[in-house]
Design a protein around this ligand. Structure first.
Ligand code: 5GP
Ligand code: MN
Length: 322
């Protein structure tokens, strides 16, 4: 893998973009790269594009620089995507990616086909921020850059909890701590804290969840009318599927919510036996072996039946499971 100075050779303008509904790793990696280029390559004009980053990422330096609309007819020498698993997941900056003279993809999704000219993809690494750190000069990672990287790392590892967390993840986190980042504040305020309303909705989904397949599969759901009743959006529902996964005996957790009538966003989490990336890819989505997602159409029960049938098939591939 090239280092970032090599990637930026002979480049005068750079656009950076992440995926639709940007999460902590997406915002963290895009902003860390943006801050690094601004700090160490002042001769390069750099812009970062993301759709509606959440207020919980307000602690990241220069977060207000993010462009949420494309106004000018601009053509970049280089367009870099961070944490984007597939070409159709680049949010508002899709056209800018198409028009750029050269494209680079920095990512950690196992399902990523390598859609850019140059692909820096490491599917076994816990976050895109960790992949990005590997191509930066560690001596040049200042406190604001470290804050952005640490934010992405804690979001994609569930605060160093998921199995993708490696000794190298912890070593890098230690290096970032040495810069003096307010790590406890970042963890509380950007990861664990919920509004009263978000907690109420999570409580409702947990209360109505259903256990299937002898308790190995759990399903939580939220219909549009209930989302409207509480006044919540998809971005208020983070953490629900992770909580479902923590039900004793469960191997796979499914959470779906209705984005528009009869269209559902599906989130999948696995404790290891089932490869949910494979299930999501089957339905046109993608992700990681233990965390993946897709969009599906139909009635809520159709969606649940279709997804659980694929999970059942995988269970049946294991000896003595069916
Ligand atoms: P989440 O359930 O948190 O939305 O997503 C879990 C993981 O799956 C993330 O890494 C996310 O990028 C990926 N993912 C979620 N939905 C989709 C989708 O519709 N398409 C693809 N390619 N990846 C998805
Ligand atoms: Mn990620």
């Amino acid at each position: 893998m090239k280092n970032i100075a090599e990637v930026l050779e002979n480049v005068k303008t750079v656009g950076i973009g992440g995926h639709i509904r940007p999460d902590g790793d997406c915002v963290g990696s895009c902003m860390a790269l943006y801050l690094y280029i601004r700090t160490y390559f002042p001769e390069i004009d750099v812009d970062v594009y993301l759709d509606n980053p959440k207020p919980i990422f307000g602690h990241i330096d220069r977060i207000d620089d993010i462009k949420t609309e494309i106004k000018e007819d601009i053509r970049y020498d280089l367009f870099i995507t961070c944490d984007v698993s597939a070409r159709d997941r680049i949010a508002l900056a899709g056209d800018l990616f198409e028009k750029a003279s050269r494209t680079v993809c920095i990512d950690h999704h196992i399902s990523n086909p390598g859609f850019a000219d140059e692909n820096h993809i490491q599917g076994e690494i816990s976050s895109c921020c960790e992949v990005l750190y590997g191509i930066l000069d560690p001596q040049k990672v200042t406190l604001p850059i470290a804050t952005a990287i640490y934010t992405g790392m804690i979001h994609d590892t569930g605060v160093f909890q998921y199995s993708s967390t490696s000794p190298e993840t912890m070593r890098i986190a230690g290096e970032l701590m040495k810069t003096g980042i307010p790590f406890n504040k970042i963890i509380d305020e950007s990861f664990y804290q919920k509004t009263y309303l978000q907690n109420q909705v999570m409580g409702r989904v947990l209360a109505e969840s259903i256990l299937l397949q002898n308790g190995k599969c759990i399903v939580g759901y939220l219909r549009r009318k209930d989302m409207d009743f509480y006044g919540v959006e998809g971005s208020d529902l983070d953490g629900i599927v992770s909580q479902l996964r923590l039900t004793r005996g469960v191997e796979v957790a499914i959470f779906l919510y209705e984005t528009e009538t009869q269209t559902f966003k599906v989130s999948l989490r696995s404790n290891g036996k089932i490869d949910v990336s494979q299930i999501a890819v089957f339905f046109g989505g993608g992700g990681h072996t233990r965390a993946a997602g897709c969009d599906l159409q139909g009635s809520m029960y159709d969606v649940i039946n279709n997804i659980t049938a694929e999970i059942e098939k995988q269970f049946c591939e294991e000896p003595k499971q069916c």
